[in-house]
Write a protein that binds this ligand. Sequence first.
Ligand SMILES: *[C@@H]1O[C@H](CO)[C@@H](O)[C@H](O)[C@H]1NC(C)=O
Ligand SMILES: *[C@@H]1O[C@H](CO)[C@@H](O)[C@H](O)[C@H]1NC(C)=O
Ligand SMILES: *[C@@H]1O[C@H](CO)[C@@H](O)[C@H](O)[C@H]1NC(C)=O
Ligand SMILES: *[C@@H]1O[C@H](CO)[C@@H](O)[C@H](O)[C@H]1NC(C)=O
Ligand SMILES: *[C@@H]1O[C@H](CO)[C@@H](O)[C@H](O)[C@H]1NC(C)=O
Ligand SMILES: *[C@@H]1O[C@H](CO)[C@@H](O)[C@H](O)[C@H]1NC(C)=O
Ligand SMILES: *[C@@H]1O[C@H](CO)[C@@H](O)[C@H](O)[C@H]1NC(C)=O
Ligand SMILES: *[C@@H]1O[C@H](CO)[C@@H](O)[C@H](O)[C@H]1NC(C)=O
Ligand SMILES: *[C@@H]1O[C@H](CO)[C@@H](O)[C@H](O)[C@H]1NC(C)=O
Ligand SMILES: *[C@@H]1O[C@H](CO)[C@@H](O)[C@H](O)[C@H]1NC(C)=O
Ligand SMILES: *[C@@H]1O[C@H](CO)[C@@H](O)[C@H](O)[C@H]1NC(C)=O
Ligand SMILES: *[C@@H]1O[C@H](CO)[C@@H](O)[C@H](O)[C@H]1NC(C)=O
Length: 479
Amino acid sequence: MAPVKIPNYLLLSLCLISLLCFLPTGECKYSQMLHRRGGPQLSAAGVAPPCRAHTVNLKDFGAVGDGKTSNTDAFKKAVAELAKFEKQGGGMLVVPPGKWLTAPFNLTSHFTLFLEQGAVILASTNISDYPPIAPLKSYGRGRDLPGPRHSNFISGSNLTDVVITGNNGTIDGQGQIWWDKYHANELNYTRGYLLEIMYSENILVSNVTFVNSSSWNLHPVYCKNVIFSGVTVLAPTNSPNTDGIDPDSCSEVRIEDCYIVSGDDCIAIKSGWDQYGIAVGMPSENISIRRLTCISPTSAVIALGSEMSGGIRNVRAEDITAINSESGVRIKSGVGRGGYVKDIFLKGMNLYTIKWVFWMTSNYGQHPDDKFDPKALPNVTGINYSNVYAENATMVAKLEGLPDDHFKGICMSNVTAQVIESKLIQWNCTNVEGVASGVTPAPCALIHNQGPGKPCAFPKEPLAIDKVIINQCPFKGCY
Ligand SMILES: *[C@@H]1O[C@H](CO)[C@@H](O)[C@H](O)[C@H]1NC(C)=O
Ligand SMILES: *[C@@H]1O[C@H](CO)[C@@H](O)[C@H](O)[C@H]1NC(C)=O
Ligand SMILES: *[C@@H]1O[C@H](CO)[C@@H](O)[C@H](O)[C@H]1NC(C)=O
Ligand SMILES: *[C@@H]1O[C@H](CO)[C@@H](O)[C@H](O)[C@H]1NC(C)=O
Ligand SMILES: *[C@@H]1O[C@H](CO)[C@@H](O)[C@H](O)[C@H]1NC(C)=O
Ligand SMILES: *[C@@H]1O[C@H](CO)[C@@H](O)[C@H](O)[C@H]1NC(C)=O
Ligand SMILES: *[C@@H]1O[C@H](CO)[C@@H](O)[C@H](O)[C@H]1NC(C)=O
Ligand SMILES: *[C@@H]1O[C@H](CO)[C@@H](O)[C@H](O)[C@H]1NC(C)=O
Ligand SMILES: *[C@@H]1O[C@H](CO)[C@@H](O)[C@H](O)[C@H]1NC(C)=O
Ligand SMILES: *[C@@H]1O[C@H](CO)[C@@H](O)[C@H](O)[C@H]1NC(C)=O
Ligand SMILES: *[C@@H]1O[C@H](CO)[C@@H](O)[C@H](O)[C@H]1NC(C)=O
Ligand SMILES: *[C@@H]1O[C@H](CO)[C@@H](O)[C@H](O)[C@H]1NC(C)=O
């Protein structure tokens, strides 16, 4: 049946008559984590969060979007104002089009940060605006340098129900100054991250763009129930450590429909560093990644580690595309890390220009200090890779376990790698054990060829976080 079309003149007269035609661009929507399909409801209170009851515009707090005026006070006041409504329906801060320069600011609970199309939040480039804060317990020190680390740009601690969304507005770290000082060894502390959410649950980041972080872009740490949906992350491919999304000691994380260009790993799943990570003992588990597009010429599409001392388990990745990366999935570990990487499932990865299709490293040498335990060896087992296609690959695999600690239970099925003419060895395997089915070029002897038709495992039951529905709230305030 053809849709009924209302002639424009009729619409116009209807509008005039009803005096309701103040919405020429239509209404916007914003996303909200709702509840689990067929399961218990998600939010801490056990009820689906309603759309936010209170909305304020950054401009109401005296902000000026000229890219030069500092809006630090406006952001602080706006968040403080909305924090009053945490228990009364929650609040939304709308950032209108413009360039809004600010020093770091904190988020609050039951809160939505909504960036309209054309809204850019610009991070201050004054390093004094980033005072040192305590290092993460599971790292024991800053990642770049011992001791504390600079503040993150946007932070949230001990929160529940936080949404960062909009019509693809931008959060810009203006990282160049940090990269220059990092390369010149001029920093006194480790760089902060663009967004760090700590000890929090029910977090949704959707339809926003993050650019030019000083270091890692998105860093949920010690969190549960986190969704990244339709997120773009952009950084120059030569910028230092600008990882896209780094779930760290987090469980129930869903990353979908994201586009990431990075100077490091597009996604890196982590869980703390050597003895500090072992002591905290918080794994990253139950993580699903779908429909990711990645460009990361100097690093991995998906890295597991190198900081994995709290353990990484039950990670699923599906429908992954990379255009020029160093490796597909890379397991990074080493002596002193301890922990484990297990039950990893990849199904469907297309790689166009790739150095190593598969890479597992057991000699990652960076340690927080010399007090790591040389007997703490990683336990790498249950690694399943299926339906992988690679074009313009330099080498197929470098799989490297440890003499007293083989990486085991590796499975590869339905893999086709078109390797460029090269004198380099295509498979280099040491101290690993596994099986292969339908893998071209033929695998190394340690990955036993079982003949065709034996696909690697992939779990049928979705994760709890996969069942969460994203609700769309109508919002009439768009410019
Ligand atoms: C993101 O935006 C797209 C198109 O603008 C929309 O269809 C989708 O629902 C949005 N997703 C979320 C999670 O807000
Ligand atoms: C953010 O909150 C932390 C406490 O979690 C506090 O120490 C810090 O000063 C706050 N930062 C800003 C910019 O308000
Ligand atoms: C940099 O920030 C510090 C502290 O926030 C402030 O005292 C100083 O005036 C700022 N410098 C510039 C050039 O804005
Ligand atoms: C945040 O939560 C952590 C872990 O539960 C706790 O150790 C810390 O004291 C909390 N911080 C605040 C400011 O409540
Ligand atoms: C969002 O903006 C980024 C940067 O401008 C762009 O690359 C991306 O395609 C946009 N996403 C959508 C869904 O429009
Ligand atoms: C990121 O920073 C680089 C280097 O300063 C700059 O060339 C580029 O335009 C910036 N990217 C965006 C999206 O602003
Ligand atoms: C590092 O510390 C020194 C001495 O306090 C100070 O002069 C310098 O500005 C600091 N550098 C940065 C990038 O903060
Ligand atoms: C991870 O998922 C399994 C089921 O797949 C569940 O038993 C376990 O409790 C989940 N872990 C966390 C921390 O939610
Ligand atoms: C490694 O993991 C396997 C499988 O979960 C388990 O049987 C084994 O005991 C673990 N080894 C160590 C050293 O933790
Ligand atoms: C093998 O992988 C390709 C993608 O590389 C996929 O199109 C094809 O369906 C897979 N075959 C089977 C039997 O799963
Ligand atoms: C193939 O990969 C090499 C790097 O190994 C790169 O220089 C070249 O441009 C790629 N070719 C194509 C057609 O993408
Ligand atoms: C294979 O990898 C080992 C380290 O695991 C390295 O020592 C060796 O040189 C590599 N062999 C080749 C031919 O690249």
